[in-house]
Design a protein. Structure first.
Length: 299
């Protein structure tokens, strides 16, 4: 009887330990003690290809080697990626965030073409920028939507795109960088349609006539233009230049600091720019200012 009671108490203690651990903040010492860093990613563009590689996969693999731990990929989706990092269920509407309760922590770092957004800053700590981006409007090649003529002034270009949207249906992905509410599409008469599938399917959905147009960020648009030549076209920008970065729990300060050291190292030794050229060679021409210093480091 005594042994049974001890066993039950041990099981109860173990269950409590797991419950506490599921919402625990994991910084670098805990990761090194565990011997593995868990990379949260969503199969998307060439950041996470789904075939075991990608810009973000290669980046975090190199970081795992830098801190001398094993790499582990944890597949997630855009709805759960932040809860899987911070251990909190969330509700997002535009730039407003509400915490709904606890959830299991499944990873230590988000790296997946993760755009820096104001509402996300309330929940996570970002690294220095790792990639430039922007929101573009994409349509079928035979659409009556007409690509704008760039003026050299981004806000004029954005207005020119918005003025073309009256009565047009546009695919929208809530609580992501492709959330139409962040760019005022409805104010200009666009018919916003929520899209709840993989972001890689946005361009094919437009090609197949599911909507007149879609929001895409630059990396995904570049991949789509290469994958579907002659079937889609870029109408113009819906945002100024943005940046993508990796993200950590706010409590993981040491992990973030060491990642900055790692990022600085691979930018100086040319490893970073080689990764960019491997997965997104065309982006160097679109954002020369962002990559200027990184190109110099390669020489």
């Amino acid at each position: 009887m005594y042994i049974r009671k001890i066993t039950k108490l041990m099981l109860l203690f173990f269950a409590i330990f797991l419950a506490v651990e599921s919402t625990y903040a994991f910084d670098l010492p805990e990761i090194r003690n565990r011997g593995v860093i868990r990379h949260l990613g969503v199969p998307y563009a060439n950041f996470v290809t789904g075939a075991g590689d990608g810009f973000s996969v290669d980046l975090v693999r190199l970081f795992a080697k830098y801190i001398n731990v094993r790499y582990e990929f944890v597949k997630t989706d855009w709805k759960h990626i932040i809860p899987d990092l911070i251990g909190k269920k969330i509700e997002v509407k535009g730039n407003q965030v509400k915490i709904l309760g606890d959830s299991p922590v499944k990873g230590d770092i988000i790296a997946t073409g993760f755009t820096v957004l104001d509402w996300r800053k309330k929940l996570v700590s970002y690294s220095s920028p790792v990639f430039p981006t922007q929101i573009w409007l994409i349509s079928r090649a035979d659409s009556k939507l007409t690509p704008i003529k760039p003026t050299g002034e981004i806000f004029k270009d954005i207005l020119a795109v918005l003025h073309e949207l009256r009565g047009m249906s546009v695919l929208n992905v809530p609580a992501t960088c492709l959330d139409a509410s962040l760019y005022g599409l409805k104010k200009y008469g666009a018919k916003v349609i929520d899209f709840n599938k993989n972001l890689n399917e946005l361009a094919p959905a437009v090609i197949n006539g599911k909507a007149d147009a879609t929001l895409l960020d630059v990396p995904d648009a570049l991949v789509a233009l290469e994958k579907f030549p002659g079937l889609i076209k870029v109408i113009g920008p819906l945002s100024k230049t943005q940046v993508m970065a990796c993200a950590f729990q706010k409590e993981a300060t040491e992990l973030g600091q060491v990642f900055e050291e790692f990022l600085d190292k691979i930018k100086k030794d040319g490893t970073y720019i080689k990764l960019v050229k491997k997965y997104y060679p065309a982006v160097l021409d679109y954002y020369p200012d962002f990559f200027e210093n990184r190109r110099k480091s390669e020489k």
